[in-house]
Design a binder for this molecule. Structure first.
Ligand code: PGH
Ligand code: CA
Ligand code: ZN
Length: 309
């Protein structure tokens, strides 16, 4: 199966009430771990690269590795730009063969966000590529953007309708209380499912995207800390809430932090337990296996996308 856009997987997700996992990639081991899990679960999957990941891995390497993953599998795989900061970055990815791009105009005011998103949509659609846009602001750190908690804003359902109509975007990232990174909640985790329901009412046919959706898996945080890390008080979105989101109309769930934790926990463990070992394959193999475990759990037990390929 060739690389696909997210169109069909999202249509199926809205009809059947599950979410597709979108996992951030920046090297070979991460791509292999994710795709091996999706293959075993016979699930569609979105591989996404931020502009930081593209700077790190270089766009040609990323594309070639994703193409290799596609050749080796017969599940639907989309390659998506995560948090495209401007038109030029979106255009670069479209020209390089990405099947989906996000233009993140959430840092601008409403009118500027509409204009920028519309410009990306026009170019993308002319090239058979779909566009995710964002309305509302998440707290926390994105690759290049740092939004303070007081600046975070829930998505306004009425604005969402106007935004989708005026931009023609294919999917919409919303803010309902999640944030990027390992420190999402100081107290209890809380998501505004009431706002999600209102948004679904206003734009019932637009796939909804949830960013900042890592669980910040406690066992992995513990393992990192046990082997020398200093990540105290980290907290994410519990599995039950993500499952609820996937049933209540979220079509795409973004995960980056959990993969970082998975990789780091296993590498730290090998370094601590086998200090005489210095073959990268010896610590990258368990790291890749842990990524696969994490992704497989999410697909099968939380997002509900097993056997939806
Ligand atoms: C994300 C990932 N990427 O766009 O939204 O969020 O930090 O919760 O993994 P996390
Ligand atoms: Ca944003
Ligand atoms: Zn995000």
């Amino acid at each position: 199966m060739p690389l696909v856009t997210t169109k069909e997987m999202f249509e199926k997700s809205m009809k059947e009430g599950f979410a597709v996992g979108a996992f951030n990639v920046n090297n070979m081991e991460i791509i292999q771990g994710i795709v091996d899990a999706a293959k075993e679960e016979n699930s569609p999957v979105i591989l996404q690269a931020s502009s930081g990941a593209i700077k790190y891995a270089r766009i040609n390497y990323l594309m070639k590795m994703v193409e290799a993953a596609v050749e080796e599998s017969n599940i639907p795989i989309a390659i998506h730009l995560d948090h495209g900061p401007d038109f030029e970055t979106c255009k670069m990815c479209i020209d390089a063969g990405f099947t989906s791009v996000m233009i993140d105009g959430s840092k601008y005011d409403f009118e500027e966000n509409v204009a920028l998103t519309k410009k990306v949509v026009d170019y993308a659609h002319a090239h058979g590529v779909v566009v995710e846009a964002e309305l509302g602001k998440l707290a926390g750190i994105e690759d290049d953007v740092n939004v303070s908690e007081s600046d975070a804003m829930y998505t306004d359902p009425d604005q969402a309708k106007e935004f989708v109509e005026r931009t023609g975007c294919d999917s919409l990232a919303i803010a309902i209380g999640t944030s990027h990174g390992a420190y999402k909640f100081k107290g209890e985790a809380k998501l505004r499912f009431d706002i999600l329901a209102k948004i679904k009412e206003k734009v019932p046919n637009t796939p909804i995207v949830l960013h900042g959706a890592s669980t910040v898996i406690p066992e992995l945080v513990e393992m990192c800390n046990k082997y020398g890390a200093d990540i105290p008080g980290a907290k994410g979105v519990p599995d039950e809430m993500l499952h609820e989101a996937s049933v209540k109309g979220v079509s795409k769930i973004n995960v980056d932090t959990d993969l970082r934790l998975a990789m780091t926990a296993q590498i730290r463990k090998t370094f601590a337990e086998e200090p005489s070992q210095f073959d990268p394959r010896k610590y990258l193999t368990p790291a890749r296996d842990e990524i696969k475990n994490v992704v497989q759990h999410k697909i099968r037990d939380v997002f509900g996308s097993s056997n939806k390929a």
